[in-house]
Design a protein around this ligand. Structure first.
Ligand SMILES: [Zn+2]
Ligand SMILES: [Zn+2]
Length: 456
């Protein structure tokens, strides 16, 4: 898409056909004055970066758990209000909605998530979090921005400021939201259920980014189509008949049965799914027994199950139930001791990047940020609830979530050469090169929003 200068020239050309010569001269003067004033977006960001890093360090040192993001929401609301947005707080419990109306044009929604994780930070950073808190589920722990949502919030603030300062360059409505509780998978739905699309303008486009522990710092990526997966949590309570460890013939050992279930579950993906249809079944927790010589009467398994399509998800969940029951029958358990399989509700639904829209966004950013700085990335099996904002009107809304690299390129190279593995997102050691994430994140969001809302 053309840059601001060309857009103004275009509106001047339209005026040639429809307006008086005097009007044309006036328009031309305004256009050239605006074009001269407009500073390239990266230059604005570079100038703002020291101040943004102060905001980032403050947010990093003060993380909040899901649905407790009161301080973070306050920082975002204040920044948006000062930039000239109309701000509503407490949407979907702790969410923020900031609206900037700027004439006729499309509506673009830009989202940042706000919550930290129950992780004890071990980065050793000078501004590392020392916070502790109690989750809404009642669990006490340390708190850390181990998923980088502090970089998202900081870039969101910069994007809001840039868009407000550049109102002469675009037309439409900008809806910027601070979303609570991404980490528990329900914050997006909370905002939608609290009237995000009825109390506020409904978007034509939804944009977000997430920092990446895989991409080199500052590089922007996007997956075309499925970006992130359906995420289900499944509990299996395996029952048995307990007894003395020396008399197995008098028992039904739930540890042996559970082991068989764990092994058989591996065939769900490897033998029942197409090799071209991605799926994951991971048993992340297996607890049973109390002592060497006692055969337990139950075992508990906890699974994470990942997929993209609804059909694959249904097949996996049905298959888990079938395998658990089938192995119990094979072990000779009576009907009243069949395993109990419970699929947790709600689950995180897969995130879809509208393919053509994403291709256009990537192609445009390549021309603005440099060919090597913007890449198409593979889909991943992680989860995000950002996709809910598109799903709320999926025939209409076009959506993309970008990745923005946060990893030190030298450490990536060292890891590839057999050196120490890089920390992943959610690691207590995850310390992104935040200045690069914030700069590229704000740039990608601002440039994309400006392109989607051209001044006519
Ligand atoms: Zn996360
Ligand atoms: Zn995250």
């Amino acid at each position: 898409m053309p840059q601001a200068t060309h857009l103004h020239t275009l509106s001047g050309m339209n005026a040639l056909r429809t307006r008086s010569a005097l009007g044309l001269v006036a328009l031309g003067l305004i256009a050239s004055a605006t074009a001269v004033r407009a500073e390239p977006v990266p230059d604005s960001i570079a100038r703002d970066l020291p101040g943004l890093m102060t905001i980032y360090r403050d947010l990093h040192a003060n993380p909040e758990l899901s649905y407790q993001e009161v301080r973070s929401a306050g920082v975002m609301a204040k920044a948006a209000r000062e930039a000239g947005f109309t701000v509503t707080e407490k949407v979907g419990q702790t969410g923020v909605v900031a609206v900037l109306r700027n004439g006729e044009g499309p509506t673009v929604l830009i989202r940042a998530d706000m919550d930290g994780l129950p992780v004890v930070e071990q980065t050793g950073l000078a501004f590392a979090s020392k916070k502790r808190g109690v989750s809404t589920a009642g669990v006490e722990s340390g708190i850390m921005h181990a998923c980088g949502h502090d970089t998202h919030m900081t870039a969101w603030i910069e994007t809001a400021r840039l868009m407000a300062k550049r109102k002469a360059e675009w037309a439409g409505t900008l809806v910027m939201i601070g979303q609570p509780a991404e980490e528990v998978g329900t914050g997006a739905v909370s905002m939608l259920q609290d009237g995000l699309y009825s109390r506020f303008p409904k978007p034509d486009y939804t944009l977000a980014f997430h920092d990446s522990a895989d991409l080199p710092a500052g590089q922007v990526g996007a997956a075309v189509g499925w970006a992130l997966a359906n995420v289900d949590s499944v509990d299996i309570l395996v029952k048995g008949l307990g007894g003395h460890g020396a008399y197995p013939q008098a028992t039904k050992d739930p540890i042996v049965l559970s082991s068989a279930i764990v092994m058989k579950l591996q065939t769900l993906v490897s033998r029942e799914m197409s090799p071209l249809d991605p799926a994951v079944v991971t048993v992340g927790s297996f607890h049973a027994g109390a002592k060497h010589n006692i055969i337990s009467d139950q075992a508990k398994l906890e699974l994470t199950v990942r997929s993209y399509s609804d059909e694959t998800r249904a097949h996996l969940l049905e298959g888990i139930k079938r395998i658990a029951r089938g192995e119990a029958i094979a072990s000779g358990l009576p009907d009243n001791l069949m395993p109990e399989v419970s699929v947790k509700d709600p689950y995180t639904r897969a995130t879809w990047n509208s393919p053509e829209f994403t291709q256009e966004a990537v192609a445009d950013l390549k021309t603005r940020m440099g060919d090597g700085n913007v890449v198409i990335t593979p889909s991943v099996m992680g989860g995000e609830d950002f996709g809910e904002f598109r799903r709320a009107d999926e025939d209409h809304i076009k959506s993309v979530i970008f990745w923005v690299g946060g990893a030190d390129p030298q450490k990536i190279a060292a890891a590839k050469a057999g050196g120490p593995a890089l920390p992943s997102l959610h690691s207590p050691f995850w310390a992104p090169q935040a200045d690069k994430v914030i700069a590229s994140g704000s740039e990608a969001l601002t440039l994309t929003a400006l392109r989607l809302m051209p001044k006519r």
